[in-house]
Design a protein around this ligand. Structure first.
Ligand code: FHN
Length: 701
């Protein structure tokens, strides 16, 4: 196979390479840690994550006292499910007596485990303690637990046994937030219990004691933390907790909500040494998956509630749930699908029915989910792709056909590998004989069985020679989209077997003299609209890549007679929705800061801060500013808004680029915090230095 052999010589697996095995798996911006068994090489980290990555599909169970009201309170339908104490503003003294009603006589752990197992799920994550503080196991550290109920049985212990007997992995959800524990802060606003002797670090110790109980008694394979966002739980607490539980059990996997680095419901972990072994998108699936090599799991309800609510009958159809599982798997993630059992310990009928229906699809197709990894295509208009490695470096592609094209043919765009002899076949019915596979330039096509209709997802299998090499849009490598005198362009593609052509005037590249070959770096000296495309045997392959490059003049520095170290800051009290809300207010406090942080914040919630002064640019050049905040923020230099990260949002990072003349530039940084987590991190990069916090000498007033 001459064509492919030459390919393999250049095979750069288009899904990105993992760091070399000798790399140490530890947040790279942290000093190496030697005092705990937590330092892992990449192979050791991969070994710890292996079963979790192979599983791909798990059952989330939200169960506790809140199943008793089930969204009703004092005879009224209130909604709120597991949040009912908060949603209905119930005083803990009125909520905690639910403990005397907890008697789930129909609880059958083996039945739960078998429903999960038959659905093709490999692990169960159950709420050991949710935000209401009630413990589903007999804890030595509190009476607000299952031992103090009429039921009295060790729910987690019985479930752990059933899981072990059926080869299902037990994992525990544990809430950091605790609305009833006296030492937890902040109190709910309507909770008038005295808080002056509440000791938050005492609460952290209580949490650690309970986690030690749970890890030593039930050996959960994953600790799924939640409720980290109220501001009292700090990055230091998160680091300490992660180290604590992994020191007790170095094999345990911990999600990123143990720390404070989660970027809201999108779930990715911010850079900066935040702990957590996987990201946790909630009720959403990343549009294109996370960067290759990042572990993540989408958690989602079947209806709209995590906890039980009889009137929530908006259950997603089985077809939608299966396609979510496939979509997530095709992006390299795990799917944690939730059930909220009722007060008797029964799964809702609709959940039972969907788990069984998913199981019927999985029975014929689970090979295309378990043990597979992300697609090699950026987008397929007829469905999704998952894959696994085979012996002798070959790969198996699972082609999930959601919509059968009217042409009766599915196209694998830019797939340069050739199929192994056996061609393609239906996973659910291999005996139906091979399907016709043909090459059309850089694409492969597969003819579907005559009249094939798709009920949920019909999976085809295609084994290919070697690791998948897919040519899509070439990458256009340039330092920044703006430049002063000139900048260098480089182009690259997934394979050397294609040729890159580009234009600088915004016209679509062609395989002719009208477009230049992109095999050498190019110097750009004036603004340009770059378009680049791959060609294979003279035919265009994949999408067109574009980049707009602008030649600019630097923002002039201001001339001031003198300047003193540090920025002026003013703090404001109020509930804001944008930074504009700070305008015209009288400051509650003022001062000087030699670094940009929240050390001067006047309180934990509902405040704003405005920094003003000058930025001292060490030399004329191109500067990039990264502004990471929860909630809103905005950075201006002179009259230019460099980064607009305004609005009510959880942790979010945005960046902007600007050309500056050496010298002083008027700076204004506005920030506000609503409720929950707060964060303000400003970094910059510039001529001769990488992204880093602004040093004191850069801040003047
Ligand atoms: O507040 C919780 C909610 O009750 C539920 O547990 C979800 C599941 O991930 N997590 C939090 C909301 O983001």
């Amino acid at each position: 196979m001459p064509f492919l052999c030459s390919l393999l010589a250049h095979a750069a697996i288009t899904t990105g390479a993992l760091p070399p095995p000798e790399a140490t798996w530890w947040p790279s911006d942290l000093p190496p840690r030697t005092e705990t068994p937590l330092v892992e090489t990449v192979p050791q980290h991969d070994a710890r994550m292996a079963w979790w990555r192979e599983s791909r599909f798990g059952l989330f169970i939200h169960w506790g006292l809140y199943a008793i009201p089930g969204g009703y309170w004092e005879g009224r339908r209130t909604g709120g499910a597991e949040w009912i104490l908060n949603s209905v503003k119930i005083h803990p003294d009125d909520y905690m007596p639910l403990q005397q009603q907890f008697n789930p006589v129909d609880f059958d752990p083996m039945q739960w485990v078998m429903m999960a197992k038959n659905a093709g799920m490999k692990y169960i994550v159950i709420t050991s303690k949710h935000h209401d503080g009630f413990c589903l196991w007999p804890s030595e550290l509190t009476d607000f637990d299952v031992a103090g109920t009429p039921f009295g049985r060790d729910i987690l212990g019985e479930l752990a046994t059933a899981c072990r007997n059926e080869g299902i992995v037990l994992c525990l959800y544990h809430s950091i937030m605790d609305w009833t524990r006296p030492d937890y802060l902040p109190r709910r606003a309507w909770d008038d219990r005295p808080s002056n002797d509440a000791d938050y670090q005492q609460y952290v110790g209580y949490m650690k004691g309970q986690l030690q109980e749970l890890v030593e008694r039930y050996q959960p394979a994953v600790l799924w933390f939640d409720g980290e966002w109220e501001g009292t739980w700090t990055h230091e607490d998160g680091q300490s907790m992660y180290d604590f539980v992994r020191t007790i059990d170095p094999a345990v996997i911990v999600n990123n909500r143990v720390d404070t680095g989660r970027t809201g419901m999108a779930g990715l972990t911010r850079s900066g040494g935040y702990r957590g072994d996987f990201g946790t998108p909630e009720q959403e699936i990343p549009a294109t998956g996370m960067p290759f090599g990042v572990d993540w799991e989408t958690c989602m309800t079947m209806n709209r509630s995590w906890g039980y609510q009889s009137f929530d009958v908006a259950f997603k159809p089985t077809k939608e749930l299966v396609r979510k599982l496939v979509d997530i798997t095709s992006k390299g993630g795990n799917f944690l699908l939730n059930v909220g059992p009722d007060e008797r310990g029964r799964f809702p009928e609709q959940s039972i029915e969907r788990l069984a229906a998913i199981g019927r699809w999985m029975q014929a197709n689970d090979e295309s989910i378990h043990g597979t990894f992300a697609s090699c295509f950026t987008g397929l208009d007829w469905g999704r792709c998952t894959r696994r490695n085979l012996a002798d470096q070959n790969q198996r592609l699972y082609l999930h056909v959601f919509e059968s094209p009217t042409s009766g043919v599915i196209r694998l765009p830019g797939l340069l590998n050739d199929p192994v002899e056996r061609g393609a076949f239906l996973l659910a019915n291999p005996g139906a004989g091979p399907l016709t596979v043909e090459r059309e330039g850089a694409d492969l096509t597969i003819r579907l069985p005559e009249g094939m209709s798709v009920e949920i997802d019909t999976v085809l299998v295609l084994d290919i020679e070697g690791p998948a090499i897919v040519v899509d849009a070439p990458s256009i490598d340039v330092a920044e989209p703006i430049f002063l005198e000139s900048t260098m362009l480089k182009f690259s593609a997934a394979s050397d077997e294609v040729e890159i052509r580009y234009t600088l005037d915004g016209t679509t590249p062609e395989f002719s003299e009208s477009s230049d070959p992109g095999d050498e770096p190019v110097e750009i000296r004036r603004s340009a609209t770059v378009m680049a495309r791959c060609f294979f045997d003279g035919a265009p392959v994949g999408k067109v890549a574009t980049a707009t490059l602008r030649r600019v003049k630097p923002l002039r520095a201001v001339q001031t007679l003198t300047s003193r170290p540090g920025l002026s800051w003013a703090a404001y009290l109020g509930s804001f929705e944008t930074v504009a809300g700070l305008d015209g207010l009288e400051p509650a406090a003022e001062g000087v800061a030699t670094s940009i942080d929240l050390s001067m914040q006047p309180r934990s919630e509902n405040f704003g801060i405005r920094f003003t002064g000058f930025l001292n640019a060490p030399r004329t050049g191109i500067y990039r500013f990264s502004l990471d905040s929860d909630d809103g923020s905005m950075l201006s230099l002179g009259s230019v808004v460099v980064v607009d990260n305004d609005g009510l949002h959880s942790a979010l990072e945005k960046s902007g680029v600007i050309a500056l003349e050496k010298g002083l530039h008027p700076l204004r940084l506005d920030y506000f915090e609503g409720t929950g987590q707060d964060d303000l991190i400003l970094k910059w990069s510039g001529p001769g230095f990488e992204l880093q916090p602004l040093p004191a000498e850069a801040l003047k007033r």
